[in-house]
Design a protein around this ligand. Structure first.
Ligand SMILES: O=P(O)(O)OC[C@H]1O[C@H](O)[C@H](O)[C@@H](O)[C@@H]1O
Length: 314
């Protein structure tokens, strides 16, 4: 695992303007000469901002806690090693909802720049979390020796987040993982989610009952909390707007075959103290790429990698 803080530049011509990266107060910010930018908090390795053409692509609650006292409500919190409330009689049982990755202090491993093709630049930020870095409480609750490397790559038209999980111990462990992406939208009533048709989903708002998606373009008209399963990672999930049938976001995945679609809607939004303002549920949709409907088993010494790539219309 690379643990160097030294910047490296692979295949980048010295004459080109370079990406800039700053590290301040636990926040890593990177921007490309073409203007796109990303910000990542070391707390949770949470991506809190992704701007394209000056426009924010990720939703952030106005009342989110940004002081490390609570997982950040917005951006891309990382869910590991369990999704949702942990099941009974499982190694993750003592952990909080969604595990510990989103509420642990990560380290910045460094940046690298490269050509993303057609002369476009890419900047990649790497973050690490391992067993010894966890709070004592989390170390006791999940005593496995693991290493996580989370990479956030910014290009002109996309944001890629990928996670490598390594079992650095002597016994197998099981995990689930999910990139809990809060996408910013202007008006949820105009939003449709495509490429879910005929897929099986668990509806968490209806006692985790199983259904088959009948809509080619899913509209969000009430509290929505669905785990779509068995998706082809290479087939994009498309978030579109009915005004002009415009694609807003297109999300492809690697090794992540589940996608959660979540919007808390009116009552649940009101009930979350760190979700604000109350009406902000109209300005967001979570489309969460993950591996959550089953457990990944990682044998001693083995690694697993998965990720998502989000393209914005802008
Ligand atoms: O409130 P949090 O722990 O951040 O969870 C927020 C949401 O995450 C996922 O989308 C789950 O499917 C939801 O059931 C949950 O409400």
């Amino acid at each position: 695992m690379e643990r160097s803080n030294k910047p490296s530049a692979i295949g980048v011509s010295a004459s080109l303007p370079q990406p800039s990266v700053s590290v301040k107060d636990g926040i890593i910010e990177a921007s490309l000469p073409s203007g796109e930018s990303v910000a990542v908090y070391l707390y949770g390795a949470t991506v809190t901002s992704w701007k394209v053409n000056g426009q924010e692509q990720l939703f952030m609650s106005k009342t989110a806690h940004l002081d490390g006292s609570k997982p950040i409500r917005g951006g891309i919190p990382l869910v590991f090693p369990v999704f949702g409330p942990p099941p009974q009689n499982h190694a993750t049982t003592p952990l909080p909802q969604h595990g510990f990755a989103r509420n642990s202090a990560w380290e910045f491993l460094g940046k690298s720049s490269s050509e993303a093709g057609r002369g476009d630049l890419a900047v990649k930020l790497d973050f690490g979390l391992s067993h010894t870095m966890l709070s004592e409480e989390f170390r006791k609750a999940w005593p496995y020796e693991f290493g996580l490397v989370y990479s956030v790559t910014l290009t002109k038209d996309a944001l890629r987040t990928s996670l490598q999980v390594t079992n650095e111990g002597k016994e197998n462990f099981e995990f689930q993982v999910l990139m809990h992406t809060y996408l910013a939208v202007e008006d949820i009533s105009n939003v449709r989610v495509k490429n879910l048709e005929s897929k099986t989903y668990i509806d968490k708002t209806r006692n985790a009952s199983t259904h088959t998606e009948s809509s080619p373009a899913l509209a969000i008209t009430e509290e929505t909390d669905r785990v779509y399963q068995g998706l082809d990672p290479a087939k994009p999930i498309v978030v579109s707007s009915t005004s002009g049938d415009q694609t807003l976001f297109s999300i492809t995945r690697e090794a992540l075959t589940d996608v959660v679609v979540w919007n808390p809607w009116i009552e649940k939004a009101k009930g979350m103290s760190d979700f604000g303002p109350d009406e902000a549920y109209k300005n967001m949709i979570c489309v969460e790429a993950g591996s959550v409907s089953a457990w990944q088993t990682l044998e001693a010494g083995d690694s697993w990698e998965g990720g998502q790539s989000i393209k914005s219309r802008l």
